[in-house]
Design a protein around this ligand. Structure first.
Ligand code: 6A9
Length: 793
């Protein structure tokens, strides 16, 4: 590696060294795969940051700003922010474990950044990792001047003892930082040169950050930069004019350590000012690794991993084989990579109101003030819907996320699902939105933070667990073993006779895993039945059995619990019955039946119970929710204390079809298909509208779920058509086939087109012109486009 300079291409290293055995503090359930899941890009809210899956531990992150402008410091890039005006960013390759390559088009700063991450599992403490950070001027005629900073901080106990060994000469190349945390072992520095203001050298600053506040690193660093700039402006050599011309000389770190007597700093930040293109590496060494990662090996591993990723991607999704172009395959890789790059590790308490028992009817405590309380700290490893806007876990989003993740890396998906089922409490409740810890909370206005333990969200997690069972059944047919590089791999041959690794060490583990989560799943189902039941007794409704459901936590214009926030419903009351929840329950009960079946004869009683209740649910679905005159499924609500159907054509009406509750010869299926195909109702050239264009509320109010196109629901429709209707002979088969083909084509084409144009994947799409709307990048369920391309349902 060449020395630190600010010339065109700079290669330099900051090497972080850790030593103690981390394995000791990994959860007892950990298996070999955990070493490749210890460190990761698990701070998805940041443009780039790493942390291990250890609650209070080391956090690292990247910041940068345009050093050519005096105001540049006000626009430090750190946490993903739509306001930064970045023209597209995200991972183009990410394998979820050892390799992640990202590009960030920071047009306002005239620099295109890339972060290329490599992990080398092995040794006893989760192995080494490194990241190559490079920048390329976007518009050469304008030039670029970038101030890049990389920090490392310790959230829990421990310190980074750097000063004791820091000579008067500053930091040479490579900078070696050693430190000490209870889990990760001792860390130190080996500085080589003196402190000066020569910007070709690394500037730095070390300080003590109060416990648990490392996530505020941008504010902390900003304070030091501004203080330094002010001091230099006021110094004899400084002047306002000079600072306007050469701001980069002013906004540099203080090259000092702020430490109280007897304490050690727990936060260090390093800064380099670069003119034009640049590149530097950050390497993390765990002392038990056999061959420590170097800049050279990082470079060669990046090439090797990229090739492996491309091969595995094709083996998994077969997109080339299906005829997709190179550019479409790259887009599909972006979808997978950002789903994986959106995975985060969260720890902290959440705000919950448990002031009334979950079974108690809300009308008893209507109008009472909210009683939020902080829960004990919890831990969640999860994918997230959107890095800049919703970098946290959502229950019903996660079931969709795991469909894609499970297809790529079965064990990674099981690990995430297990984290979620661990959050299900003794009543069977799990909060819809997991806002764990202060950092997560800082993104959510306080009136939205509180979770209530009588509020639900669709149980999509059952769906991804069922997919896992499908994979098991498929793979158990012919498991084979293969010896590669002295490692025994177990898997099955896929359609192309390629060995697909299940990552499962042992089929018994699969059983163990299912058995370990099953009690929580059942508890969750019992909670739904107890807390979200609908009232059949009070309003003179006639039904052959008691199965009826109602979302709690409604307001006149919102049903956040349903996930379809502002979709039109009736007036909130205890007399409502909700079609989507009824459908989810019938569907979920069927899934639990399959899961209990998989678990074997000991679970036969549960299985029979699910079977009977599901039948009741299906009978009542038609009795309570089908409206003969409108020829559609509807909600029920009270009008003048009488139950009536509330009918708004849209996603709600699709649920019985989307969840496969209708037989292929049902005339009800026929009328839903007609509604789908009708251009005045749900059909748009870009996908299915959330609300019919003919509905009185179409496009009104917030217009969130009142017209715009959502990919998760379009996915549900496509997968159900594919699995339940297009291959089954019947009166509507041809119509279903036609819709399937046209709809699949429409959504793929539109999401792809927007990606090519904007560099982003979006939360929803306009039914009017197909344009991406709301949060971006939104690479949660919109990434299901990849499964739609691959037809992996
Ligand atoms: C509230 C806003 C800075 C809304 O994808 C997550 C969810 C979906 O589960 C749901 O179906 N999204 C959908 O209707 C986003 C929810 C975000 C809530 C944030 C605070 C603060 O904004």
């Amino acid at each position: 590696a060449a020395g630190w300079t600010s010339s065109l291409t700079t290669i330099a290293s900051v090497i972080l060294v850790a030593s103690t055995v981390v394995a000791d503090i990994l959860p007892a359930s950990s298996n070999a795969s955990n070493s490749s899941l210890l460190w990761g890009t698990y701070r998805p809210n940041l443009y780039f940051g790493t942390r291990p899956r250890i609650p209070e531990s080391v956090m690292t992150g990247l910041m940068w700003f345009d050093a050519s402008q005096f105001q540049g410091f006000q626009k430090i890039r750190h946490a993903c922010d739509q306001g930064d005006g970045i023209e597209g960013y995200g991972y183009h390759k990410h394998d979820g474990r050892e390799y992640a390559s990202q590009e960030i088009n920071d047009k306002p700063s005239n620099i295109k950044l890339s972060t290329e991450f490599i992990k080398v599992p092995g040794g006893k403490n989760g192995g080494d990792w490194g990241v190559r950070i490079s920048g390329r001027t976007m518009d050469d005629t304008a030039g670029s001047l970038t101030s890049a900073m990389f920090y490392i901080g310790i959230e829990g106990e421990g310190g980074l003892d750097i000063m004791s060994k820091l000579s008067q000469k500053g930091l040479g190349s490579p900078v070696i930082l050693e430190g000490d945390t209870p889990e990760l072992g001792p860390l130190n520095t080996h500085p080589k040169e003196g402190i000066d203001r020569d910007l070709s050298r690394t500037q730095w600053w070390g300080t003590e950050v109060p416990q648990g506040q490392v996530w505020r690193s941008k504010d902390i660093v900003l304070q030091n930069l501004v203080q330094e700039a002010r001091g230099r402006l006021e110094s004899p050599k400084g002047s306002q004019e000079d600072a306007m011309i050469k701001p980069f000389k002013y906004f540099t770190l203080s090259n000092s350590l702020i430490e109280e007597e007897g304490e050690t700093a727990n936060f260090y930040v390093f800064q380099k000012v670069f003119e034009g293109d640049f590149q530097f590496d950050v390497l993390f060494h765990s002392q038990t690794s056999k061959e420590p990662l170097t800049s050279e090996s990082l470079g060669s591993k990046l090439i090797k991993k990229e090739n492996e990723f491309n091969t595995r991607f094709e083996e998994t999704f077969h997109l080339r084989q299906k005829g997709f172009s190179n550019s479409e395959v790259e887009f599909a890789q972006y979808l997978l990579s950002n789903m994986l790059g959106g995975i985060g590790y969260f720890h902290g308490s959440s705000v919950i109101d448990r002031s009334h028992p979950p079974m108690e009817d809300e009308e008893n405590f209507k109008g009472e003030p909210v009683r939020p309380e902080l829960s004990p700290p919890q831990t969640l490893f999860t994918a997230t819907p959107s890095r800049p806007f919703f970098p946290r876990g959502f229950y019903w989003d996660e079931g969709f996320h795991q469909l894609l993740i499970g297809e790529w890396d079965n064990d990674l998906s099981l690990d995430i699902i297990k984290h979620w089922t661990d959050l299900i409490d003794e009543n069977g409740w799990v909060g819809r939105e997991q806002i764990l810890g202060e950092e997560a909370r800082s993104k959510v206005p306080s009136e939205f933070q509180t979770q209530f333990h009588h509020y639900a969200n669709p149980p999509t997690l059952y769906l991804s667990i069922k997919r896992y069972i499908d994979r098991l059944d498929k793979q158990s047919q012919d498991i084979i073993f293969e010896q590669t590089n002295g490692q025994m791999k177990m898997g099955v041959l896929d359609d192309n006779k390629v060995l697909r690794n299940l990552h499962l060490q042992d089929p018994e583990l699969a059983d163990e895993w299912l058995k370990s989560i099953y009690p929580k799943l059942r508890q969750n189902w019992l909670w739904f039945r107890a807390t979200q039941h609908g009232d059949l007794d009070r309003f003179g409704r006639k039904a052959p059995n008691k199965e009826a459901y109602r979302w709690r936590g409604r307001t006149p214009n919102h049903t956040l619990t349903s996930g379809l926030d502002d979709y039109p419903r009736g007036e909130p009351s205890v007399g409502e019955l909700h079609l989507d929840l009824h459908s989810w329950m019938a569907f979920g009960t069927g899934l639990l039946k399959d899961i209990a079946h998989k678990l074997g004869p000991e679970y036969a009683d549960d299985m029979n119970e699910y079977s009977k209740i599901q039948k009741d649910m299906l009978v009542n679905l038609d009795i309570l929710h089908w409206n003969e005159a409108e020829n559609m499924y509807c909600d029920q609500a009270l009008e003048n204390n009488e139950p009536v159907h509330i009918c708004h054509k849209g996603y709600l009406s699709l649920f019985p079809l989307n969840l496969g509750l209708l037989s292929a010869d049902s005339p009800k299926l026929g009328s839903i298909l007609d509604m789908i195909e009708n251009e005045h109702e749900l059909w748009s050239p870009y996908g299915l509208r959330s609300l019919s264009a003919s509905d009185e509320f179409f496009g009104t109010g917030e217009n969130y779920w009142r017209g715009p196109i959502w990919i998760n629901i379009n996915y549900l429709t496509l997968q159900s058509l594919y699995k339940n209707y297009i291959h089954v002979p019947g009166p509507y088969q041809a119509q279903a086939q036609k819709i399937y083909t046209k709809l699949r084509d429409a959504v793929i084409r539109n999401v792809y087109k927007n990606y090519k144009k904007t560099g982003y994947v979006w939360e929803q799409y306009s039914e009017n012109d197909g344009k991406g709307l709301k949060s971006h990048p939104f690479t949660g369920w919109t990434s299901l486009i990849l499964l739609i391309m691959a037809e992996e349902y």
